[in-house]
Design a protein around this ligand. Sequence first.
Ligand SMILES: Nc1nc2c(ncn2[C@@H]2O[C@H](COP(=O)(O)OP(=O)(O)OP(=O)(O)O)[C@@H](O)[C@H]2O)c(=O)[nH]1
Ligand SMILES: [Mg+2]
Length: 650
Amino acid sequence: MDTHNKRSVILLGHAQSGKTTLSESILYFSKATNRKGTISDGTTVSDYSFDEIERKSSINAGLVFCDYKNTRIQIIDTPGYADYYGDVLSGIRAVDAAVIVIDAVSGVEVGTERAWQLLEEFQLPCLIFINKLEKEGTDKNKVLAEIKDRLSKKAAMIDTLDDPDLTEAIAESDDKMLEKYLEGTKLSPEELKSGLQQGVIKRKVFPVLGGSALTDKGIAELLDAVIQCLPDPTERPAVEGSDPLKPETKKEVIFKADGPFSAFVFKSISDPYVGQLSLLRIFSGTLLSNTGIYNINKRAKERIGQLYFLQGKEERGIDSASCGDIVAIAKLKETVTSDSLGDEKNPILYSEIIFPEPAISASVKPKSRHDEDKISGALHKLSAEDPTFKVTHDPQTKELIISGLGDLHLAVMVERMKKRFNVEVELGTPKVSYRETITKSAKVQGKFKRQSGGRGQYGDVWIEIEPLKGKGFEFVDKIFGGSIPRNFIPSAEKGIRQACLEGAIAGYPIEDVRVTLYDGSYHEVDSSDMAFQIAGAMALRKAVLAAGPALLEPVMDVDITIPEEYLGAVSGDINSRRGRIMGMDIKGKLQIVKAKVPLSEMFTYANDLRSFTGGRGMYIMRFSHYEEVPHKIASNIITQYQATKKQEEE
Ligand SMILES: Nc1nc2c(ncn2[C@@H]2O[C@H](COP(=O)(O)OP(=O)(O)OP(=O)(O)O)[C@@H](O)[C@H]2O)c(=O)[nH]1
Ligand SMILES: [Mg+2]
């Protein structure tokens, strides 16, 4: 296929607006398939995985393509739910343009706005498709008005080119035309047509079309608009590349099939039959099957086998691929998502995909003891496929923790564990990693003395403990005059450090203390390394109890983005979680609330925020600092710990 006859689009929009059905309708209409699948039967080309069929909603990006009017159109169908946003961020890096799908009944929704912001960020051109218009009572003009109000004034229906708004928008995209237009000269249909494509590419015009993916209405017009208004791979907006040796030096990518090879790996999937598949977008040059490539990030050459076009789950082998193509390669050894591939002599490095930080965490436990070994292997495989899904081991609480973008995301991973790896797990609220500390100084003695036939044990230390805010732990040796022989001082220190790890009041590590060893005594025969370790540990536990012990908890920085009308609800809720509001920011029509909130109060926040903002609120969270737990809450934690400890001892 000639480079000028290629188009690539990503379908974006709110969940359930009809993106997958639209991709299915396009495939059927363009005769890429001879039977139209449906969401209700679970037979669409794009939503082929077991969990997508079960949930009747996309979870991963689906790649499909068709040939229509001598043009190859490659489509990435993305999931609309925010929990699966990772694939939207990868997919956007592979295409030249987008189609935003809007449900005619619901109009512009949160997911529509999110898609709009993303396109603005990447400066990609787009068409807008109002879907479900066969439904009674829907009105495309009403939706258009909403689009103009909430997305852009430059949105216009393009069924006729004489809409005054459209003419104006087109004229504004070109200085010459604008001059003519302002002089009152009418633009010719040819001028309008060519001006339209330039206007769309420059994001000065956003063509709006309408139809129904369910009844295949408006699909012909949509495909015509994709061909006429959207850029081919050589006309697309610039892609930023850099020199790998001098990352500050920007490098221009020249989009042509006979130029040097340059491509970006935007996603990896594991296929049950062919194994690992790397998905890449070729920006320049040509690649042949069964040759080699150069990975710029790894500075390594790799052999490649067969190249494929993907039609949903089906891999179609091809001999070569070139500028503008989105293709899959099996079993690359070194290459991972976000790597750049290219010419060793003239390498272009593309920037890494920036994924959102996980918003929600849960602890995982296998339902059966036998699965304990399998669980972490399975989780690591899942997280290798999905950069927004993370697995960590908390050394403090000894729990395995999974984190993702929302509760749906975690639930999907639990299902995959079961279906793909045959491991059943239970999710729980993660334990909080508290710390113990002290609030004042104390001097105590730790004395360990045992006489049990034969050789006895004797160790005796005096220590002072003081608060040392934010400094962790410090040990000071102030033994003068040999009250403890020098070789036993490291023993006492070891015992003290060990006791710090185990905690004195609730089993959490002790931090922010200075311990000074200043006196003690010893026995010629009975003193030993072990006896001084025990004496040190005893002294420390006693000292903490005497020094006004306190519990510290992790406090998080939380940035909450919401429409203004939820400001009151969000602030009230933050207060009820023992949080403090630190400031506000405005981002377009949205409000960002910046707060500090204890982690222990944030475990259900993803769900709570979603429910009281009707899905319109978003937040990000990162660790800020440790802070003292209020007395009442602390004493509950301590009592609980003492009770379980007693139980364990009995
Ligand atoms: N009446 C009507 N229903 C439609 C139309 N298009 C899609 N639907 C229905 O809307 C629901 C969602 O359709 P999908 O194609 O899965 O929507 P989606 O945008 O891919 O959804 P996510 O992948 O979850 O973001 C399904 O029940 C479809 O049958 C349409 O044109 N008219
Ligand atoms: Mg879908």
